[in-house]
Design a protein around this ligand. Sequence first.
Ligand SMILES: Cc1cc2nc3c(=O)[nH]c(=O)nc-3n(C[C@H](O)[C@H](O)[C@H](O)COP(=O)(O)OP(=O)(O)OC[C@H]3O[C@@H](n4cnc5c(N)ncnc54)[C@H](O)[C@@H]3O)c2cc1C
Length: 451
Amino acid sequence: MTRFDTIVIGAGMSGVTSARMLADAGQRVLVLEARERIGGRMNTDRGAGFPVDLGASWIHGIDGSALWDLVQALDIPTLEYTVGSFQVGGRPIENFDGDGRAMDEAATQRWIDDVEEADRLLVDEIAASSAGDTYLDVTERALDRTGFDPERIDEIREFFRHRVEEQCGAWIGDLDAHGLDEDAIEGDEVIFPRGYDELPRRIGAGLDVRLGSVVTRISRSSSGVVVATSDERFEAAHAIVTVPLGVLKSDAITFDPPLPAEVAGPIGRLGMGVFNKVFVQFPTRFWNDGTYVIRALGEAGESWHSWYDVSAVSGIPTLLTFAAGPFGRRMQQLPDEEIVDDALTALRGLYGAAVPEPQAHWVTRWGQDPYSEGSYSHLALGSSHHDHDELAGPVDGVLHFAGEATWGDEPATVGAAYYSGRRAAERVLGRPVDLAAFAAAITERERTEGR
Ligand SMILES: Cc1cc2nc3c(=O)[nH]c(=O)nc-3n(C[C@H](O)[C@H](O)[C@H](O)COP(=O)(O)OP(=O)(O)OC[C@H]3O[C@@H](n4cnc5c(N)ncnc54)[C@H](O)[C@@H]3O)c2cc1C
């Protein structure tokens, strides 16, 4: 059996980052990836001749972001799109009230003021919250303090619920009161007109990545690890496990001996949410030029509430909407046609007959994917921010964990995957890895290898 220095399990953003840093440091690295592609939850479908990002799309805030620095160093083009996070203002949003009527400027401004006021009160309520309080508890207390009439409160309540669903893929009553603490956006947000998976693919190019290799067992001793798939075994001094939290929860991989409480505890306590995307492409545009987002409040937006104009990527009128949390879990059981019909009915409630029959659609089902078992992690009631970083290990000095769920600062993001991948590589090497040198090595390799 060949012995490697490090085996990385999973070729998503965290896995390729760790593997590339270790290989650059001269290590013999093997990457075992279950799927037939690199990128994990960064997955671009180019089947129609233009990119459709079925997983991550956005960098949520480029100011001070080392991920943004990497994207720039690799000269990857981006488009500014600053409403990927659930915001009320900032960029043009076409709002519709609970009866499906377009809101004028004054009504929109009042709506923005209402949410901002409730959010200010919410900050205090979160600070004053006790262990065991859910995000629903603190939002209800904040709403009580607004003094608004019941109808206004209902719309903000629904907005808070939808925000938790989109940011965490979770039901508001299952999220810890501190579950959105790490949600601040610094600076503009951007998307990727060539497809976001370019990033992990370029980092991973040239690595020894064995696609279609589903890891089922990881044994460890003080001298190293043995990693097994259904028909092969590999040995190494270290393993870095980057499979999603949902996969760790599913017990698809047996750890021998079992994981200690320091790591098993966070796996059990943290939540894995479901956040699905539905893209609908139309022959003609029926929403206003310059609109970034269409948002329906109250009853009009009960299920399908936010529509993001991503036409700039393909040049064809395209809206992206989300189904997340309990709604996302129900939705993914249905056939595409039913899902798209339901979404169109909601849209026609806003624009009437102006909504034509779509010419194409894309629907994701991340909660049913055995190599993801959900979309991203969140702070479920009973867990703490600490749990994310605790999950990284190491265990017995040989077993490390990386991936979005292991990074407490901004979990559930590509940035978290990147930074956690670097941390795992640094722990294996026992020294820091410089990010500028990392990026420069990628472009230099591409230049010399003519890629
Ligand atoms: C629909 C959706 C939208 C998102 N939008 C954004 C966004 O706009 N911005 C943002 O920053 N983040 C977003 N995210 C989150 C972001 O995609 C993830 O945080 C990030 O890509 C996770 O990277 P990772 O390396 O931790 O995990 P992954 O990318 O999931 O990589 C883990 C790898 O492990 C592999 N694997 C699983 N099981 C096994 C096994 N048994 N053996 C071997 N390999 C295995 C998987 O196939 C996968 O390739 C979104 C996620 C989803 C699902």
